[in-house]
Design a protein around this ligand. Structure first.
Ligand SMILES: O=C([O-])CC(=O)C(=O)O
Ligand SMILES: [Mg+2]
Length: 617
């Protein structure tokens, strides 16, 4: 089926779902379409007469966005734009990544999720409930797009650092997949946002009359496993090879362990966050001038992200020549009970055991302050979801102990960040190497030597790697997402900075270059898949790096060329139609008849030759 068929464009839509934002159907009403395209699409007369340039459309959209007073108003405006004109939405986002990603993704998406049931306006993505078990394949069959390549799934049980938001977490899969499209060019209609309604432990939500999910308590882990087994097989049955990203599960380890060897899946919070921080840490360690073995890292937060990040850095230290034990001993994880030690007296969750300290000689440190004073770390990581917990005193101490303290407050959204950029710069006298999960503005600061400078924060957000992990897995047709593919995404990110970015002291590439960076990340992910022999698109193995990058680029959706694609398609159709008349004399070759038949069927043409051609084939 052609992408833009007249059938889809008829004002009477077959199902209400035809309008959801992951279809391109409403782009048929693009005010940029010239009149012959409108006639072909049968939308002529249904939009204002003038065919506009993108510049005009952009001016109008940005002006309208500027009239919205609150972040939620802006979020909703952009959601509606995505629904009404998906290509225009992505043109705007790719042209204004710095300004618009915070509105469609972290941090505003966090507020949108908190208020999802209140602000809900239109269907986007799929919701699957515990009540649907046994019938998941039938429900999934309702999704109107035939060629889904990637899905992002949440059960809403740990949305960013905001806790259990139940089905209100839907903003997250939608936001993540919008970045897959904007940053890595995965076609919008090839993405499926998926939220599982498996109950919620959030009593306030269960009692909220507007809450749109089921009122049950969260199902048991055994029930969840049964549901997930059915879901994984239903998804791959309908879309063989689909890439499955798990997101914001309260306990993400069981699903990852259970499915990582049998499905093309990964967990963004463990692996994506791990890889993106790896990328920033490689650069920060280099910048610090200290060898890996002299680093000591305190992690506040020993959940999925904390452990995921620490493990990626252990791998980096090992690759730099340390033994695994030496590498592991550089890490001090702190949870709500204090430093994670083997003899603390409580039963440690499985994922914490690897990092439990054995060298504490029976002593326990209960608070972050105590641990930090004991360890005097070179690296301070925040994955705790406790806003402001990196106090001025802790930051000052970090600056006393280190020439270039590495400070990464990674919790999202901004309100949960362990400190803001300005405080980090101020209390370390401008010497910190900084990255946060959510964006912060630049700041200008005069240090104790009287030098005034503009400082640029790093945004160590997984948006730098997950688009490339996803695209690399799709294009290489990987049967699994291996550890080396994840590592490669972070390592390639660290090497992607330009000379100018290094000069500015950045740890991550400028966000405006993210599409370019995603191509490099994708190439490295594909190469890692090839090394691990999990790729099924084996003809890519023999391509040079330059050819592979060009090929990746050629496979990426570019919202700016969509109108031209449509013009090409219609041009092709018109010339095919032009070829029909000579066929009336004598019997045409079968190949020509078949191609005409295809044109007719694809485009639902009702021309006079239709019956004749169909009868010949
Ligand atoms: O969504 C984000 O910005 C990063 C992330 O995965 C999380 O905080 O859970
Ligand atoms: Mg997440």
């Amino acid at each position: 089926m052609a992408r833009f068929s007249p059938q889809q464009s008829r004002p009477v839509h077959a199902t209400p779902f035809m309008n959801h934002s992951n279809t391109s159907s409403d782009a048929n009403y693009d005010t940029a379409n010239p009149s012959y395209i409108r006639k072909y699409l049968r939308t002529y007369g249904l939009t204002p007469p003038r065919a506009e340039s993108y510049e005009t459309q952009k001016t109008r959209c940005l002006a309208q966005l500027g009239l919205k007073n609150t972040s939620i108003d802006k979020f909703q405006y952009l959601s509606t734009l995505r629904k009404n004109n998906v290509h225009l939405f992505y043109r705007l986002v790719t042209d204004h990544l710095r300004e618009l990603t915070p509105l469609i993704y972290t941090p505003v998406v966090g507020e949108a999720c908190q208020r999802w049931s209140e602000i809900y306006q239109q269907p986007e993505g799929m919701y699957l409930s515990w009540e649907d078990r046994g019938n998941l394949a039938a429900v999934i069959a309702n999704w109107p797009q035939p060629n889904v390549e990637i899905t992002c799934i949440t059960d809403g049980s740990r949305i960013l650092g905001l806790g259990d938001l139940g089905i209100n977490g839907m903003g997250i899969p939608i936001g993540k997949l919008a970045l897959y499209t904007a940053c890595a060019g995965i076609r919008p209609e090839a993405t499926l946002p998926l939220t599982l309604d498996l109950g919620t432990g959030n009593k306030t939500l269960r009692e909220d009359p507007l809450y749109m999910g089921s009122r049950r308590e969260k199902i048991s882990p055994e029930e969840e496993r049964e549901f997930m087994d059915e879901l994984m097989s239903a998804l791959t049955e309908r879309w063989p090879g689909i890439v499955i990203q798990f997101e914001d599960f309260k306990n993400p380890f069981p699903a990852l362990e259970r499915y990582r060897d049998t499905y093309t899946c990964f967990n963004d919070d463990i692996q994506g966050t791990g890889a993106v921080i790896l990328g920033g840490v490689i650069n920060a360690v280099k910048r610090s001038g200290l060898p890996c073995k002299d680093h000591r890292a305190v992690f506040l937060g020993a959940g999925s992200a904390g452990v995921g990040v620490a493990k990626q850095i252990v791998e980096f230290f090992i690759r730099e020549g340390m033994t695994e034990d030496e590498a592991r001993s550089c890490f001090y994880l702190v949870d709500t009970k204090g430093l994670v030690t083997a003899d603390r007296g409580d039963k440690l969750a499985d994922h914490k055991v690897y990092f439990a300290r054995q060298d504490n000689a029976g002593q326990q440190w209960k608070t972050l302050e105590e641990v930090v004073n004991h360890v005097k770390p070179t690296i301070l990581m925040g994955l705790s979801t406790i806003g402001g917990v990196f106090t001025p005193e802790i930051l000052r101490n970090m600056a006393d102990w280190n020439t270039t303290p590495i400070i990464f407050p990674l919790s999202n959204p901004s309100s949960k960040s362990e400190c803001d950029f300005e405080s980090a710069v101020k209390y370390t006298d401008g010497r910190c190497l900084f990255a946060s999960g959510s964006p912060f503005p630049n700041c200008t600061f005069t240090n104790s030597a009287g030098e005034t400078k503009t400082y640029y924060p790093g945004q160590g957000n997984n948006m730098y790697v997950f688009p490339g992990i996803g695209l690399g897995s799709i294009l290489s047709k990987s049967v699994r997402v291996t550890d080396s593919m994840i590592y490669a995404s972070g390592e390639s990110l660290s090497a992607a900075l330009t000379a100018e970015e290094l000069e500015r002291g950045l740890l991550y590439p400028d966000i405006t270059r993210i599409r370019e960076v995603s191509i490099v990340v994708t190439r490295k992910v594909i190469r890692a898949a090839q090394n691990d022999k999990v790729d099924r698109e084996t003809h890519l193995r023999n391509m040079s790096d330059a050819d592979l990058e060009n090929w990746i680029k050629s496979r990426m959706y570019d919202p700016h060329t969509e109108v031209r694609e449509l013009e090409r398609e219609v041009g092709h159709l018109l010339s095919s139609l032009g070829n029909l008349s000579p066929l009336m004399n004598g019997s045409p070759p079968t190949r020509t008849v078949l191609s005409c038949k295809k044109v007719i069927l694809d485009h639902d043409l009702s021309c006079g030759l239709q019956d004749w051609i169909l009868s010949m084939a």
